[in-house]
Write a protein that binds this ligand. Structure first.
Ligand code: ADP
Length: 632
């Protein structure tokens, strides 16, 4: 755009050349007419100066008429007195030369003239003039001499004048040279002047051009200098005002753009704008993250293709109905991502549609929660339906007469009671989970020595083992807080070993709830242990945590289920869990309780070899020197 203007095309040059040409044409015209006039005047004056006055004509005529003895002498004197440099001859009407001024031609006096033109003049009585350019510039004039008295037109002779015009022409040419020199000087001066004038005109234009180019580049810092109040000065003021206005408008739109950009980039929703054809023109960072594609790859792409809905919808569908939709983008990500997509039109005031705006809202969590809720309700119904169905069938059987059977009746009633107990346990578990979910479960925190607390919890299980072994026939008798001794095989043997750190570990816990967690995990360990299995319980400290672990030698948990066993109602083997009176909620409650203690619970398991459940709690060691009363 900013092509350099060549000198020949510049206004500067054009003005200068027009000015100089005008000057030259003017000078040429003036010069030509001046030289012509000068030549005409000079030649006329020269001719006039050579004219024989009537007085001399009379004298010469008288001398020729009288023709006295002194006539030739008198004629010589008269023409000698005419006092110019011309060569003069006087010829009488018989053609005889009577007097000459040229000293070298004195001998011709008295001879007949050989000039036919002289004879012609004497004969015709008319003056004849001639300028001969060939042999130098000579002027020849032949004038008839008439009788001054008597017959008016009687020719008595003629005067022949021949004079060089060299001086006249020399004078004219020297004046012409002076004129040309002055013209040249005037031309040069005019050229210099025109350059200065055109410079004065074009400089402001040039500066305005530069300013306009700067403005086009986005630099509004410059100001055009104002040289005067003429049209150019006003134009310069207008350019300066324009520059300020454009800068203001540019700044306003720039700040608007920045504001929009920052709004867009800080939005937690993805925003995509398209042109009329549905090709992406704007996309914010969240949008790119959702689609897992960079901006450069997305710009210009079809929105329908990017959202992978081109098979079901056309651009017209979106423009006409602006449907909302929920799309699953989990495939593009390494995690679940469900987006709610909302479309709206970008329209001009005239109603002309210039594009689409599409807002992507992450509803993964919401959808997940809804799904979980649905699953939960279906799980609860299912879990309650099974024991209720079995209770009903037993009651029906009793009702149908089994109550009279002394063998069956107590057994049926026992099963009915067990199922009812399980339902009550489940409802209790659900209630405590619900309290935890709502945050209404109050935590009664107290500082306890975890070594003692964990030891006490395990003592209860040891006691149960001992009593069970002493009263094998009475099984099941003893129950923990989590219910009856959790084994389907009353003769199953197992033992508990402890590996505790010697250091007392004081932590702040809700003892009831924590006990429930230990019971849960211990119950499971016992449930899934083989006959004669050893359950190892450890307690150790790390830099900032205490870790409890309970390992069994049971059947273990398949790797694919490891992440799910803390979910509500999740059981690896549903039938077996139910048979053993499990609700599928024990570990879910344990997880909630430990997390309420700002701790973590996890499991490590090898299928067929056993599982280890870990509980870690935050721990700040108390300075042993300060707290050691025995040392005093
Ligand atoms: P349940 O009432 O079924 O025991 P939990 O929430 O306590 O419910 O446990 C969930 C599931 O985790 C159990 O059904 C079982 O499949 C598995 N599980 C828990 N503890 C163990 C363990 N020590 N060994 C093997 N599987 C276990």
């Amino acid at each position: 755009m900013n092509k350099k203007i060549r000198l020949l095309q510049s206004i500067h040059f054009k003005i200068a050349i027009v000015f100089v040409l005008l000057l030259l044409v003017t000078l040429e015209v003036i010069g030509a007419s001046f030289v012509k006039q000068l030549e005409y005047q000079n030649v006329r004056d020269f001719k006039q100066s050579l004219q024989v006055t009537p007085y001399i004509q009379n004298q010469l005529s008288n001398e020729l008429l009288n023709n006295s003895g002194n006539a030739n002498k008198n004629i010589k004197e008269i023409i000698g007195d005419m006092g110019n440099s011309a060569e003069i001859q006087v010829v009488d009407n018989k053609g005889t030369i009577r007097g000459v001024t040229n000293l070298n031609n004195q001998s011709t006096v008295g001879q007949k003239t050989r000039n036919p033109r002289v004879k012609q003049v004497i004969y015709s009585g008319h003056t004849e003039q001639e300028v001969n350019e060939s042999l130098g510039s000579y002027y020849t004039a032949i004038q008839p001499l008439t009788n001054p008295s008597g017959d008016s037109n009687a020719v008595v002779g003629a005067v022949y004048i021949r004079a060089s015009m060299e001086d006249v022409y020399k004078r004219i040419s020297s004046i012409t040279v002076i004129f040309l020199t002055s013209s040249l000087v005037a031309g040069l001066l005019g050229m210099a002047l025109s350059i200065i004038i055109s410079r004065a005109i074009t400089r402001p234009i040039d500066e305005m051009k530069k300013q306009a180019i700067q403005m086009a580049r986005g630099d509004y810092s410059g100001q055009v200098k104002i040289y005067g109040q003429d049209e150019l000065g006003q134009l310069a003021i207008a350019v300066n005002n324009l520059s300020v206005r454009v800068e203001e408008a540019q700044e306003a739109s720039e700040s608007e753009r920045r504001r929009l950009d920052s709004v867009l980039s800080h939005m937690t929703d993805g925003v995509i704008a398209t042109d009329r054809r549905g090709n992406i023109t704007i996309i914010n960072e969240t949008g790119q993250d959702f689609l897992n594609v960079t901006r450069d790859e997305l710009l210009g792409q079809s929105l329908l293709k990017v959202l992978r809905i081109s098979d079901e919808y056309s651009l017209r569908d979106l423009l006409e109905t602006q449907q909302e939709m929920v799309l699953d983008f989990s495939e593009q990500q390494d995690h679940d991502l469900i987006l709610h997509v909302d479309f709206s039109l970008i329209q001009k005031e005239t109603g002309y549609i210039t594009g689409l705006v599409c807002v992507l809202h992450d509803v993964t969590e919401q959808q997940k929660n809804e799904q979980e809720q649905r699953e939960f309700v279906s799980n609860v119904s299912h879990e309650l339906r099974t024991p209720l169905t079995s209770v009903r069938s037993y009651i029906e059987a009793l009702n149908d007469g089994a109550w009279q059977d002394p063998e069956l009746a107590p057994n049926f009633l026992k099963v009915t009671q067990e199922e009812t107990d399980r339902m009550i346990r489940m409802i209790n578990d659900l209630l405590s989970l619900s309290r935890m979910d709502q945050g209404t479960a109050k935590m009664n925190l107290e500082y306890v020595n975890l070594n003692e607390f964990f030891g006490y919890a395990l003592d209860r299980f040891d006691m149960m083992i001992k009593r069970d072994q002493e009263h094998e026939d009475d099984l099941p008798k003893l129950t923990t807080s989590a219910g009856k001794l959790p084994t389907d095989d009353p003769n199953k043997k197992y033992s508990i070993t402890r590996d505790f750190t010697k250091r007392d570990l004081w932590v702040e816990i809700d003892t009831d709830k924590f006990m429930q967690v230990i019971d849960n995990i211990m119950n499971n360990a016992i449930k899934y242990s083989p006959d004669g299995g050893v359950i190892t319980c450890r307690l150790l400290e790390t830099h900032r945590h205490v870790i409890l672990s309970i390992s069994d030698q049971g059947l273990g948990i398949p790797r694919k289920d490891l992440g799910k066993i803390f979910d509500r109602f999740y059981r690896v083997d549903k039938a077996r869990s139910r048979k053993q009176g499990g609700t599928g909620l024990g570990l879910a409650i344990s997880k909630e309780v430990i997390e309420a203690h700002r701790g973590r619970v996890w499991v490590d398991s090898q299928e067929g070899k056993g599982s280890t459940f870990y509980i870690s709690l935050p721990y700040e060691p108390i300075d042993s020197d300060g707290g050691d009363w025995d040392a005093i």
